[in-house]
Design a protein around this ligand. Sequence first.
Ligand SMILES: [Zn+2]
Length: 412
Amino acid sequence: MNYQRYSRPVPAIQAPIDGTPIQRAAFADTARAYRMCCRCVMDTTDPEITFDENGVCSHCKYFDSTVRALWPSPDGDSQRLVEMIRTVKDYGKNRQYDCIIGLSGGIDSSFVAVKISEWGLRPLVVHVDAGWNSELAVMNIEQICRRLKFDLVTHVVDWEEMQDMQLAFLRSNLANQDVPQDHAFFAALYGYAEKAGIKYVINGSNFATESILPAAWGYDAMDATHVKGIHSKFGSRPRGKFPIVNFFDYYVKYPFLLKMMVLRPLNFLPYNKSTAIKVLEESYGWRYYGGKHYESRWTRFFQAYYLPYKFGYDKRKAHFSSLILSGQMTRPEALDGLAQPLYDPKLLLEDKLFIAKKLGLAAGEFQGYIDQPARHFSEFPNQLRKKLFASKIYRAAKSLVKRPASAGLNAK
Ligand SMILES: [Zn+2]
């Protein structure tokens, strides 16, 4: 894994969010002519994208060369699925739970919960409430667990600690403002798995709807050194009990000592986003909230405003491109989708006021942070070197220990 280092902030892009094509992005080469892939809708707003002589982008190439090898068919792999279910059931004999799942109330995790019930597995369901749940998300979680008769543990992150972490990231002017929420989510989930002695962590991540995500548009939320570094530089109170999963636990203790494994069964199913929504709505009283990961009010604001406006990174491009590559969307449909406004102006104003107030900021002060120059994660402490070293060790150990070669418990 190579990455570009940037030692200096760059001006905020202030891109339009009304559906006007976004063609400039932070940390992208300003001398480079704008270009969009002829197969998907990824473009030069990804600073690291390259194109072949036919105009096909590096994400499509990666999909063909690497993702296809891991995910041979969008039609699923019933044999591997049956094996996976049998393994989890065998492990669960004489145990209260055979697996653990994190439920956000979004499409993927809700759908995987439904499938787990159909397969007869007995999960402990964990929801991490980091303070940004939309009412719909809370309702979806309750409906799903009640109807499936699953045990639900809700871990509430101390709001003052969460708020301070969010403010620290906001002051850092980094692209990935979802790090506090994502890190807390996985740290708490793995903590519960360890406490309950559960080996199998099942999640809803999948190649069908999220095979493309430019590395340059964010940074690894599981990097504890980064989380702590940003907080100690920009936070204003002790971290307290904010859930942190440190390097040793994430790369050594969980995968090797406790032999925990993350399973992604949606990759073995013919997983289709529209069908999943239909099943959830018709049979489980679940309701859609209008965009990928918009079950969190913060994430909606972050993805539909902060990231495109400040950095020129429109995550819909990656999401639609994933759906194009898995045959769930056509390119003209994706282009139509991109021409839609990122935010309803009235909702944007409401969300902006709500978030500013929740973070304890005046509306103008909040916008002031958003308009500050954009910064790159490589300016701040991170454990990337350590991670690269760990990857090498993993590869060397692969022949001795039967584990996936990818580094980290949550790696794809
Ligand atoms: Zn492409």
